[in-house]
Design a protein around this ligand. Structure first.
Ligand SMILES: [Ca+2]
Length: 366
């Protein structure tokens, strides 16, 4: 029996008023009280609408998105000019791992749910890498400059309903990654990095529902965990949103165990929201100074899991592949999490906020 998702009892109209008030306060007092979080500035947004185009690159395992989302002519929605060529962010591309031709792909497709959101990005994974014993389709935002100490990323996500077959997998699933964050990683240093992973998983036993999972580890063979949290005991389940479009909002602030912050919430189409994680925790490497420079590598959209997990989906799911859809990706420098969903506004320092609630996102759609 599904466990009901508990949303804030805060009435929507009251929340909107409260958020507006908080926004005004934050703008009005920013100069007087040094904020512990940066004011947010929208760096990029796209709804994958016409103008956005997936292209091949010289690398067989890598795609790219070029062009400008024409539904957002005034916004920072040029995949090359606003994103790849941004002086602070890294370059964007899409990578997949499979040795089977056509075994994994990313493509821009018509919204398969006909929910009026136009084009969406589809990650599709049928055949994992036999060699690596894992499968992957991921958006890379790699090679950012030091100083990305605080960011907010919001993206609409639809976990394909077929992912529900994972509940019947007898073994535990401890990684099915949806997003990943790194600070100046050196991937030659196996087991000596600092990686934050957001994803879904399940406890051991057939019939266990999917929960949310976040952890920080050294990555690579033998790498230890720094910390790990899941939502199973709180009854906050990813199973409850399968097949549904929700906005996944993540706020990252660099810091040590007392000053680092990670928050994740989902906002449903009706505007109700549920906080999944609110962590004050280390979000940078404890000792490696090179990995304390802020976020330089980010996978804001990712489908990455063990070969055995992909195999289970392929063998049991009607779609015979692991599928995730994405839409309306927004990326801010600073903290836009608290203002989300808020009315569209522009602060006096020019920081702009799109209206990220459902009605606002329609501006990105045809
Ligand atoms: Ca769209």
């Amino acid at each position: 029996m599904p466990i009901p998702i508990l949303f804030s009892s805060c009435a929507k109209s009251f929340c909107a008023t409260l958020l507006s008030a908080l926004l005004l306060v934050s703008i009005g007092t920013a100069a007087e009280t040094e904020p512990t979080t940066q004011a947010a500035k929208l760096l990029f947004s796209s709804g994958f609408e016409p103008g956005s185009k997936i292209v091949e690159t010289e690398k067989y395992y890598q795609l790219d998105i070029v062009g400008r989302d024409k539904s957002s002519p005034a916004g920072p929605s040029d995949w090359v000019g606003d994103l790849d060529e941004h002086d602070q962010l890294g370059a964007f591309n899409i990578r997949f791992d499979t040795e089977a031709p056509g075994g994994a792909y990313a493509r821009i497709v018509d919204d398969p749910t006909n929910s009026g959101r136009g084009k969406v990005l589809e990650f599709w994974l049928r055949d994992p890498s036999e060699r690596q014993k894992k499968g992957r389709v991921q958006a890379n935002l790699y090679g950012g400059q030091p100083g990305n100490d605080e960011i907010t990323s919001a993206v609409k996500i639809r976990l394909h309903p077929d992912l529900g077959v994972l509940s019947e997998k007898p073994e535990a699933i401890d990684w099915f990654t949806l997003q990943e964050l790194w600070a100046s990683p050196d991937w030659n240093l196996i087991g000596r990095n600092f990686r934050i992973t957001l994803g879904i998983g399940k406890r051991e036993g057939a019939g266990k529902k999917l929960h949310w999972l976040i952890h920080a580890d050294e990555a690579g063979k033998g790498g230890k965990d720094f910390w790990k949290h899941d939502t199973a005991d709180r009854g906050i389940l990813a199973s409850g949103i399968l097949g549904e479009w929700v906005t996944l909002v993540l706020h990252y602030k660099k810091g040590d165990a007392t000053s680092g912050r990670l928050r994740v919430k989902i906002v449903k189409a009706d505007g109700t929201e549920q906080e999944i994680f609110d962590l004050t925790t280390a979000t940078m490497h404890p000792t490696d100074v090179a990995q304390q420079n802020g976020l330089t590598h980010h996978n804001p959209m990712k489908l990455y899991t063990a070969k055995t997990t992909v195999d289970h989906i392929r063998e049991h799911a009607p779609a015979k592949a692991a599928i995730i859809h994405w839409d309306d990706w927004h990326y801010w420098a600073g903290n836009a999490y608290d203002l989300y969903p808020a009315k569209a506004t522009t602060s006096k320092n020019g920081a702009s906020f799109h209206q990220p609630a459902e009605a606002g996102f329609r501006g990105l759609n045809p």
